[in-house]
Design a protein around this ligand. Structure first.
Ligand code: PMP
Length: 431
């Protein structure tokens, strides 16, 4: 049986229809920003493979760190035992996380990092015997993952409809855009005034899956300050925004207030190994420091703090904190701004925006903005035919490359985008 026939017979791919999806492309190897397909094509990975690959594919430094670790200790139970890769990683992360963060809890991916964050915050109240701070506030449009807790704090819609009766109740406030800042803060204040809100969770500065929706650090800072004045635990979901994506190491670094809990994953291992991390401040830790076993945080996964994943994360950390990586992040951010400057008045564009290394283009289509806008498939194939991987969110597509991308390679992507935007005018897809 051919590889593709076997894949189609045996494998269930994520976010993919089981009846009418096109054949998946077989990737044989990858290097730098390129995916090398079995059929000989070389594709630019302009989205860092679901936003994880920050240093380029198969980076030799990370590959070697994993190989060396694999020969020494591949895994060990993480209750009652520990190991140097996890200890070093906790030191490394705490050295770059916002200064109030004081403990690291390991899990396996972004959804579990969020799940842990929510459970930690809920038990923070439980451990103190506080029973009335049961409400959770999230932002309209939020995406925090696909497990039940993380789905519950996310926007309800096509992705969650089947599970709606099983999701716990959460209050959503409007997306804090500049235009409705007043309404959002008023609504938030009214919620906070009930003194029943225990948790506020948000994706700082950019809602990724909602369509790279961006909002200002000033308004977020205001919301967090208001929440903290009402003694609410603030959870920053930095699963996507962490590790340099927004131009600073963490999106929270753009603010003058610190979250109580942070969830990270994606870029943490440079795309090599699945790993999630939830960190929390000393205030949260204190609520769990008790000899009463009922106050222990009973959460864990078999692969918690897997040494290979920790070794990959430590290697990725060493690359990320090098001056040349930080310069690359600034270079990409500047380059995106230049592209925006040149194209902001293009007829095909409804909105073009960037935050650090993230460039997002919202197309002006007859159908309006939606994940299910059918231009999505057209965009995907247009760029794939030109050997560029983009994965649009409806009529919004984005470029968020590995940080090692060169100016020449960025230009190749920008030129293809320009040709695409012009082709839309010619084919009269616009309003
Ligand atoms: N939070 C955010 C902000 C995300 O963007 C994602 C994934 N796109 C997740 C959580 C879930 O992460 P994972 O896919 O690793 O479970």
């Amino acid at each position: 049986m051919s590889l593709i026939a076997s894949d189609k017979k045996n494998i269930w791919h994520p976010f993919t229809s089981l009846s009418d999806a096109p054949d998946p492309l077989i990737v044989e190897s990858a290097s730098g920003i390129y995916l090398n397909l079995k059929d000989g094509r070389k594709i630019i990975d302009a989205i860092s493979s679901w936003w994880v690959n920050i240093h380029g594919h198969s980076h030799p430094v990370i590959a070697q760190a994993i190989a060396e670790q694999a020969k020494k200790l591949e895994h060990v139970i993480f209750a009652g035992f520990t190991h140097e890769p996890a200890i070093r990683l906790s030191e490394n992360l705490l050295s770059i996380f916002p200064r109030n963060q004081s403990r690291i809890f390991f899990s396996d991916n972004g959804s579990t990092a969020v799940e842990v964050a929510i459970k930690m915050a809920i038990q923070y109240w439980y451990n103190q015997g506080i029973k009335d701070k049961t409400r959770i506030i999230a932002l309209e449009g939020a995406y925090h993952g696909d497990t039940f807790g993380s789905m519950s704090v996310g926007e309800r819609g096509a992705f969650t409809n089947a599970f709606a009766p099983y999701l716990f109740s959460v209050d959503f406030i409007d997306f804090p855009s500049e235009e409705n800042e007043k309404n959002v803060t008023r609504d938030f204040e009214m919620n906070l005034a009930t003194n029943q809100v225990g948790i506020f969770i948000y994706e700082p500065l950019v809602q990724g899956a909602a369509g790279m929706r961006m909002y200002s650090h000033e308004i977020l800072e205001r919301l967090i300050s208001m929440a903290q004045q009402h003694n609410v635990i603030c959870i920053a979901d930095e699963v996507f925004t962490g590790f340099g994506r927004t131009g600073k190491l963490f999106a929270s670094d753009h603010l003058n207030v610190n979250p109580d809990i942070i969830a990270v994953s994606k870029g943490i291992t440079g795309g090599f190994m699945p790993l999630g991390v939830t960190s929390c401040s000393g205030k949260v830790v204190k609520a769990f420091q008790s000899s009463d076993s009922g106050k222990t945080f009973f959460h864990g996964h078999s692969y918690t703090a897997n040494p290979l994943a920790c070794a990959a994360a430590n290697a990725s950390f060493s690359l990320l904190t090098k001056p040349d990586c930080q310069e690359n992040i600034q270079r990409i951010s500047k380059s995106h701004l230049g592209f925006i400057q040149k194209n902001r008045n293009h007829k095909s564009i409804k909105n073009i925006r960037s935050q650090g290394t993230i460039l997002a283009i919202e197309l002006n289509t007859k159908e309006g903005s939606s994940y299910f806008n059918d231009i999505r498939t057209r965009i995907y194939h247009y760029f794939l035919e030109r050997n560029i991987l983009l994965r649009p969110l409806g009529n919004i597509f984005y470029v968020l490359p590995p940080y090692i991308i060169t100016d020449v390679e960025l230009k190749i992507i920008y030129s293809a985008i320009n040709e695409f935007l012009d082709s839309l005018i010619e084919s009269n897809r616009l309003n």
